[in-house]
Write a protein that binds this ligand. Structure first.
Ligand code: FES
Length: 252
């Protein structure tokens, strides 16, 4: 639907006056986000090859009931909802998958599917996207576990060491931390919701934190993608090493 000269013009699905390759933004989302979704689902259900030496796959962290005493299925399924919920409700990913998978709309100024009733995120089920801020608190707990796993990856048989896997996990946790710190909800929490910084306690500190969060927030899309690739690659690397397909090289 487009508006011009005071009148509303209805356009069909995919119709547009844009001359650029608008679909080139959508296609990578379908391929990479869709591909990650398939890979992560298969790995979460696999329930094997998630640990090797001091390395633990981020898909399985924190590792709960690895002995299957109380839970007969893959331990990844016990913790999946936390990181998945944080990504699915992320403001950036919402835009990306609404366009790429729901075509709602496929892109700016491109005709969308006809709607009998359009409610956006004001009614069920999409109103549930508002719980993103709570997933953000949960993500902080997961980050703590992942930092612990990364520090543990520097210990080989009780001694300090560095393997390629250590660096893979380190790169992953740094990118995940940047993704978290650039979150829109976090920026809102530290200062975005304030109308007046000088009227609040710790005003300088809060203003500084808000400025830092704002500058990271400008690159949120970049961190969203980089951390998605890094978390998938970290799991893939550990799976390959644990399955004996490749050998982890010790650097130190
Ligand atoms: S908005 Fe993307 S993680 Fe919070």
């Amino acid at each position: 639907m487009a508006e011009g000269s005071g009148s509303v013009v209805r356009v069909g699905f995919g119709e547009t006056q844009r001359r650029d390759a608008w679909w080139s933004e959508v296609l990578p989302v379908i391929i990479f986000l869709g591909g990650f979704g398939v890979y992560a689902t298969l790995r979460a259900f696999e329930g094997a090859y998630y640990e090797w030496g001091p390395y633990l796959s981020p898909f399985y962290s924190p590792l709960i009931d690895a002995t299957h005493r109380y839970w007969p299925f893959s331990p990844a399924l016990l913790i999946l909802a936390g990181p998945l919920g944080f990504r699915v409700t992320c403001y950036y990913y919402r835009k990306a998958y609404y366009r790429a998978f729901f075509f709602d709309p496929p892109s700016c100024a491109v005709g969308e599917r006809s709607h009998r009733k359009y409610c956006g995120e004001t009614s069920f089920p999409f109103i549930l996207q508002n719980i993103h801020r709570y997933f953000m608190y949960l993500a902080l707990v997961f980050l703590g576990f992942l930092w612990y796993d990364t520090i543990r990856a520097f210990r080989f048989d009780g001694h300090f060491g560095i393997g390629v896997g250590t660096l893979v996990l380190l790169a992953n946790i740094v990118l995940l931390t940047l993704y978290f710190l650039s979150c829109h909800s976090l920026r809102h929490l530290v200062g975005g919701k304030l109308d007046c910084f000088s009227c609040t306690g710790f005003n300088r500190k809060r203003h500084g934190m808000w400025k830092g969060a704002s500058s990271l927030n400008e690159r949120h899309m970049l961190f969203a993608w980089l951390s998605l690739f890094s978390v998938g690659f970290a799991d893939f690397y550990i799976r390959m090493v644990a399955a004996g397909v490749i050998r982890d090289i010790r650097i130190l």
